[in-house]
Design a protein. Structure first.
Length: 414
RNA sequence: GGACAGGUGGGUGAGCUGGCUGAAACCACAUCCCUGCUAAGGAUGCGUACUGGUAACGGUACCGAGGGUUCGAAUCCCUCCCUGUCCGCCA
C-alpha cells in the first residue's frame, strides 16, 4: 500500500512516479481527497468522543454528591447521537479509502525504465553462450512425449487443461531439482522453510494478490481460503503483524511449494507444453530486511538465481523490467530468462522483486529501530521455477537421438 | 465433527458483582546508581496506531474479531475466529 502521508505531502512527485505504471491522476487525486476529508472528520469525531468521555466521568461524582443527573444525561444522549452519526461518516470514508488504496500499485524505483510492456525491458547481461546444435533442436513437449516423460493427456483427464503428469526420469528430475535448488540456496544463507499451500484472505491482501487479482486465484469453496499462487505469500506473511528485532534482520528464507494459478488473463498463450500450467513447482527466495539493506539483498538474490542457472550450465540473461511490465507490488524487478533452443527464445524462469515497504505496510511487518517502529522491506524471487528448469534442461541437453543428458551437478541427486 | 474450558500488554497472570483500569503484580528488556566478584541490591522507563503541538505535553481508538445494550464495557448480550482438554475420525 502507498504511504498516504507521503502522497499528501508529495502529491505531484508521486503522480509523476506512478505514471510509469499507467495510473491515472484522477484516481490519486480522489484518494488524496478522501484521505484529507477522513482526517478532518476523524478529528471532529474525536472531539465529540472526548467530550462524551469527560462528561461520562461526572456520573459517579454526581451520584455521590446526590446531584440531579437528568440534565447531564440528556446532554450526553444528544452528544451520543452526534457521535453515532459522525461514526457512520468516518466508517464509510475509511472503507472507500481502503478500496482505493489497496488497488493502487507500488511506486517504481527511479532507475526503473519507462516503457509499455515487455518489449521495453532492458537486457542487463547475458550469461553463458547457447550451444551450437548440429541438428534441429526439438521443443520440450516433443521430447517429453517421445521419451514418455510428460503425459499431457492424462493430466487433462485427471483435472483439466493446463495440467500434466511427469513420469519416469522426468518425475525424478523434478524432485532432484527441488532438492538441488534448496541446498544451493541454503549454502547462500537462505534458511529453508516449509509452509502451507493454502492461506487465508488476510495473507493474500497483505502481499497484494487481493483484492485486485482474485480472478487468478483458486479459492476453496465455502471458505475464505485460497491456494497459493507462489510461496512468496506464506513466506512473507510469516512475519505479518510482528515487530522484529533489529538484530534479526535481514531474514533470508527459501522454500519449495507447489503453486496454483488460474492464468485467467493468459487464454491462448503457451497452451502447448509445460510452460504455463495451473499447478507448478517453484523454489522461492523471500527476504525481510531493514530499508538500507534491501538493495544489497536484492542483488544477492539475483546473483543466487543466476548462479544456480550457471551451475546447471543453462544459458540465460538478466532483464530489468520497465514500468509497464512491473508487477503490482514491485518497485523494481529483474527477470532471469533462460535460453530455450527448441523455441529459439529466452523465456522467463525467475523474477526477483523488491517491494520496498509496499507489502510491509499492508502486512504490518516492522522492526524496532532504536525506539521507533519502522516498516521493513520485503523481497521475493524465484530460484527457480522448477518445471521451466526441467524444460530448459530437456531442450539444452537434448541429443540427436532424442535422449537427454543429465547436468553434472544433479547426478548425485538422482 | 461433538462436549467442556479458555482467549488481557514481549512473557506469566490479576481484573470480568459495568465508572478514577490502557489495564495490578511478577518476569524479561533498557538506562542510571550502588557494590565488587560472577551473583545480588536500588531508581526510573518500558504496548500499538492515528492525531494536535517546535517541544513540554495532550486527544482518540484498541484487553481474539465484528456487532449490540449503556451516559459509560476488558467487564453484560449476540455472531464468528482461534487455542487447550476429552471423545470421534485419520496420514
Amino acid at each position: 500500500m502507498l504511504d498516504l502521508k507521503k502522497l499528501q505531502n508529495n502529491f505531484d512527485e508521486t503522480v509523476k512516479k506512478l505514471k510509469k505504471k499507467k495510473i491515472k491522476d484522477e484516481v490519486l487525486k480522489e484518494l488524496n481527497r478522501l484521505f484529507v476529508v477522513l482526517k478532518e472528520q476523524k478529528g471532529e469525531l474525536e472531539k465529540l468522543q472526548s467530550e462524551q468521555n469527560r462528561k461520562s466521568k461526572l456520573f459517579p461524582v454526581y451520584l455521590k454528591e446526590k446531584k440531579d443527573i437528568s440534565e447531564l444525561k440528556k446532554e450526553l444522549e444528544e452528544n451520543k447521537q452526534k457521535i453515532t452519526f459522525k461514526q457512520k461518516i468516518v466508517k464509510d470514508l475509511e472503507e472507500e479509502l481502503e478500496i482505493y488504496a489497496l488497488n493502487i500499485p507500488n511506486i517504481p524505483d527511479d532507475d526503473v525504465p519507462i516503457g509499455e510492456d515487455e518489449n521495453d525491458n532492458i537486457e542487463l547481461k547475458k550469461v553463458l553462450t547457447p550451444r551450437e546444435f548440429d541438428f534441429e533442436p526439438k521443443q520440450h513437449w516433443e521430447l517429453g512425449e517421445n521419451l514418455g516423460w510428460i503425459d499431457f493427456e492424462r493430466g487433462v483427464k485427471l483435472a483439466k487443461s493446463r495440467f500434466s503428469v511427469l513420469k519416469s526420469d522426468a518425475a525424478k528430475l523434478e524432485r532432484a531439482l527441488i532438492n538441488y535448488m534448496l541446498d544451493f540456496n541454503a549454502k547462500r544463507g537462505f534458511n529453508e522453510v516449509c509452509v502451507p499451500y493454502i492461506v487465508n484472505k488476510t495473507s493474500m491482501l497483505s502481499t497484494g494478490q487481493l483484492p485486485k487479482f482474485a480472478d487468478d486465484l483458486f479459492k476453496i469453496e465455502g471458505e475464505e481460503l485460497y491456494l497459493i499462487p507462489t510461496a512468496e505469500v506464506p513466506l512473507t506473511n510469516l512475519y505479518r503483524d510482528e515487530i522484529l528485532k533489529e538484530n534479526d534482520l535481514p531474514i533470508l528464507m527459501t522454500g519449495y511449494t507447489a503453486c496454483f494459478r488460474k492464468e485467467a488473463g493468459s487464454a491462448g498463450r503457451d497452451t502447448r507444453g509445460m510452460i504455463r500450467q495451473h499447478q507448478f513447482d517453484k523454489v522461492e527466495l523471500v527476504s525481510i530486511t531493514k530499508p538500507d539493506q534491501s538493495d544489497e539483498v536484492f542483488d544477492k538474490m539475483v546473483e543466487c538465481a543466476s548462479d544456480l542457472l550457471t551451475s546447471l550450465e543453462l544459458p540465460h540473461r538478466l532483464v530489468m523490467l520497465c514500468g509497464g511490465d512491473l508487477g503490482f507490488g514491485a518497485a523494481k524487478t529483474i527477470d532471469l530468462e533462460v535460453w530455450l533452443p527448441g523455441q529459439n527464445k529466452y523465456r522467463e524462469i525467475s523474477s526477483v522483486s523488491n517491494t520496498r515497504d509496499f507489502q510491509a505496510r499492508r502486512a504490518k511487518i516492522r522492526f524496532k529501530d532504536g525506539k521507533k517502529n519502522r516498516l521493513v522491506h520485503t523481497l521475493n524471487g524465484s530460484s527457480l521455477a522448477v518445471g521451466r528448469t526441467l524444460i530448459a534442461i530437456m531442450e539444452n541437453y537434448q541429443q540427436k537421438d532424442g535422449n537427454i543428458l543429465i547436468p553434472e551437478v544433479l547426478k548425485k541427486y538422482l
